[in-house]
Design a protein around this ligand. Structure first.
Ligand SMILES: NC(=O)c1ccc[n+]([C@@H]2O[C@H](COP(=O)([O-])OP(=O)(O)OC[C@H]3O[C@@H](n4cnc5c(N)ncnc54)[C@H](OP(=O)(O)O)[C@@H]3O)[C@@H](O)[C@H]2O)c1
Length: 310
């Protein structure tokens, strides 16, 4: 497994991370098998959020750590907060100081992890007072509860603004990115064009990440959309599957590895958050970390489901 030094930290992280949004469907034994499989593959980064599985994902993961406390030292654990779901009195986002601190403490307790390596704000909150966020981060850091901080689904402008107030470096932005959901790429490619192929919805986050040495984590790397599910072997995305099939044969890997390699070929510090619950699928996808697609291969995947290049 390829690793890299997470900028602004002393952490050496795997380019593929295990996303834990779906793990509450697993029995404790199956979850332990998945976690051990990840570690055996060299995957040391685990992505959580307080809301995954209505809070059950952190609890399930924590039960494995409680039983096997030695595993903690091999892991880099990240969680997120600020989404308040309907069953907890939402829907709303909450970036208030007390809420951030309470959720981080709750995640640490549920995960039985002692501290979080990284805490992300999950989504932008229009009511966010950056001074309050800064206070929350300072308190969590000084109490040694959280080592590093970042954001998810934030435009570059909001990240820049928050960074002005927060004394710790914001090291990560976790965004949706895949060969199908590629708005962050499109806005650079179709810049200044008048037609609808020219979205500008990602606020040039790829450039901001490069400029500021920020790691971009790709969520839903295999999903076309919530409605369509994965694009792998999905007839609606036959053109993409055809290219992926050819490259899978060339590199002797599964198509999920090709999808991961497409994300990792981008020039920012990229990390793929794999959301599988299957050790076999995880092993297949992890192979993507070792593939460097040629430019032509990367563009063939990109243009398969997109508009022609200008
Ligand atoms: N920041 C955010 O707003 C945000 C939003 C959503 C997700 N996330 C994070 O991103 C992670 C990944 O998202 P995701 O779960 O949608 O990831 P994904 O890796 O795109 O999709 C995983 C899903 O695809 C299925 N799948 C079907 N065929 C597969 C194959 N050949 N190989 C691998 N998986 C296959 C998996 O089923 P099996 O389990 O049967 O393999 C699983 O249901 C989440 O766990 C979470 O940590 C973040």
């Amino acid at each position: 497994m390829k690793t890299f030094n997470l900028p602004h930290t002393d952490l050496n992280v795997s380019t593929i991370s295990l996303g834990c949004m779906r793990i509450s469907s697993l029995s404790e034994d199956k979850l332990e098998e998945l976690i051990r499989c990840a570690l055996d593959l060299g995957i040391n980064y685990f992505d959580h959020a307080d809301i995954y599985g209505k809070g059950e994902c952190e609890t399930a993961f924590g039960n494995v750590l409680k039983k096997n406390p030695d595993l903690r030292k091999q892991m880099i654990i990240q969680s997120k907060c600020d989404i308040v779901t309907v069953d907890h009195g939402g829907p709303r986002y909450d970036t208030g100081k007390d809420y951030i601190i309470a959720q981080a403490k709750q995640s640490i307790e549920k995960l039985h992890c002692g501290y979080l390596d990284v805490l992300l704000l999950h989504r932008p909150d229009p009511l966010m007072d950056p001074k309050e966020v800064a206070e929350a981060f300072n308190e969590l850091r000084s109490q040694k509860l959280v080592r590093f901080f970042g954001v998810s689904n934030f435009p570059a402008s909001k990240m820049r603004m928050l960074q002005k107030y927060v004394s710790q470096d914001l090291i990560i932005n976790q965004i949706q990115l895949s060969p199908v959901h590629a708005l962050a790429v499109d806005e650079g490619v179709y810049f200044n064009m008048t037609d609808h192929h020219a979205p500008s919805r990602a606020d040039q986050i790829l450039d901001y990440a490069l400029e500021n040495d920020i790691c971009l984590q790709a969520w839903c790397p295999l999903q076309a959309s919530w409605e369509d599910g994965t694009f792998l072997n999905n007839p609606k995305y036959s053109a993409l599957n055809e290219v992926m099939d050819q490259l899978a044969v060339k590199y002797d890997v599964a198509k999920s590895a090709i999808a991961a390699a497409w994300i990792l070929r981008l020039p920012a510090k990229m990390q793929v958050i794999a959301g599988t619950t299957s050790p076999a699928h995880l092993k297949e996808m992890a192979a993507g970390a070792d593939i460097e697609l040629t430019r032509q291969e990367w563009y063939a995947l990109y243009t398969a489901e997109h508009h022609p290049l200008p």
